[in-house]
Design a protein around this ligand. Structure first.
Ligand code: C2G
Length: 402
């Protein structure tokens, strides 16, 4: 029996894919189709798939050409699969001509003609997209535009009246007013932390968003990147036992700029039911240049330090009853962490992609929240917690000056 294998994303399955599968099947007696996982596609720079893995597998199955479907999860898997399944022919579209010649050492390699005039990219372009306006300094703006280029269903709109959504990364004291205006005009908002300086103002913004059925999402590169999400799920599933201490160092902006970022892992891991918060702060020329914050919980404690005035290693250590997690600097741009135990044989090193400058993850989530009402990774109570901590600081509650 002659076995043929082919691979692809097969997003928004179209005639080009169907032709390819038909031609691949005709080369032998048994066709194996490898469908890429969402994670692997993101790793290889494909952020913009419309269908998820299950939908794409179902689409391939529905063509009737695949005798066997496998999932492709990592670079190098093609060689492993060819050996594992005893494959005779590797087939792929001619857009890959020459690229897979290295597989000739393992089996025959056939480049099949690509169908012209149709592609997933074209089909994605025909779907509704979100027009996003940007209120940000030039460097942030150009980075946002560059990263939005790899995300599906988004267009940058320079006319503020014509946009459906707004990205706000202006100075923190302008956020509340700008977010409020945008929401009142019916625009979805992605805003850097903090959305406001008080809980009352934050609640008011959420109420407008709800009344107008709009997405109000917090921009924070850490929250949406793959490593951070997995770190939180792993620790919440008990990987280090009961979490007792979260110690966060950095980023090094002022309290109003960066406290929200530093509080995110604390709230994700210990929740928002803190008993009290105290601050130790040092001012220079009317600005806070160093602040250490302490949040006391019933069964745990968290500390964070922010500010440009005291240099430090920007890492994060989370202590549990059975082990601890170490996220090396800069923890807020997480692509790697370690879980450590007394028995070093049990230690785990976890690596993840952090592609581009990290904006793409939150842009993707923002667009899905608007178009598909998908789950928002930063919860409202966490955003309100950030506003509450900042408000206590600005009101001088439990603030000790150094
Ligand atoms: N294809 C085609 N004609 C088109 C579009 C796609 O023949 N108009 C072929 C591609 O050449 C490929 C297959 O359909 O062989 C799947 O295409 P994609 O879903 O775009 O997947 P791709 O990114 O090419 O992944 O490990 C994955 C593989 O490297 C290929």
């Amino acid at each position: 029996m002659k076995k043929v294998i082919t691979y692809g994303t097969f997003d928004l399955l179209h005639q080009g894919h169907i032709n390819l599968l038909r031609r691949a099947k005709a080369l032998g007696d048994w066709l194996i189709v490898g469908v890429t996982t969402d994670k692997f596609d993101i790793e290889r720079g494909k952020m913009n798939s419309y269908n998820n893995l299950m939908e794409r597998i179902e689409a391939v199955r529905s063509t009737g050409y695949a005798d066997q479907i496998v999932i492709e999860e990592y670079k190098g898997q093609k060689i492993d699969d060819i050996q594992k399944y005893g494959v005779d022919i590797f087939a792929i579209g001619s857009d890959w001509e020459g690229y897979f010649d290295y597989l000739k050492e393992y089996c025959e390699v056939v480049y099949l003609p690509r169908t012209e005039g149709i592609s997933s990219t074209l089909l994605r372009g025909e779907r509704p997209s979100v027009k996003v306006g940007i209120l940000a300094p030039d460097d942030v703006k150009s980075s946002f535009i560059r990263e939005a280029g790899v995300v599906n269903s988004i267009e940058i709109e320079s006319d503020p009246d014509a946009c459906d959504a707004l990205f706000v990364a202006s100075p923190a004291d302008l956020h509340y007013q700008q977010v409020k205006e945008a929401l009142e005009k019916g625009k979805h908002v992605l805003c850097e932390t903090p959305i406001a300086f008080t809980t009352k103002e934050s609640e008011e913004l959420f109420a407008i968003a709800d009344r107008k059925k709009l997405v109000l999402m917090l921009s924070d590169k850490t929250a949406y990147c793959p490593a951070f999400g997995h770190l939180v799920s792993l620790l919440k599933s008990g990987a280090i036992g009961e979490i007792m201490d979260v110690s966060v160092s950095g980023p090094n902006g002022s309290m109003s700029e960066d406290a929200g970022i530093a509080l995110l892992p604390i709230f994700k891991l210990l929740g928002t039911d803190y008993r009290d918060v105290s601050f130790f702060t040092r001012m220079a020329d009317g600005k806070d240049i160093f602040t250490k914050g302490i949040l006391r919980y019933d069964k745990g404690i968290a500390t964070f330090k922010v500010g440009p005035g005291a240099k430090s290693e920007g890492n994060m250590v989370i202590s549990g009853t059975k082990g601890y997690a170490l996220v090396p600097a800069p923890w807020w741009r997480t692509d790697y962490f370690e879980i450590r135990y007394d028995d070093r044989n049990l230690d785990k090193k976890c690596f993840y992609p952090f592609v581009g400058d990290g904006f793409r993850y939150e842009i993707k989530d923002f667009v899905s929240a608007i178009l598909r009402s998908s789950f928002q990774k930063i919860l409202r109570r966490e955003m309100l917690g950030m506003a509450d901590v900042l408000e206590r600081y600005l009101l001088g509650k439990n603030v000790y000056h150094l």
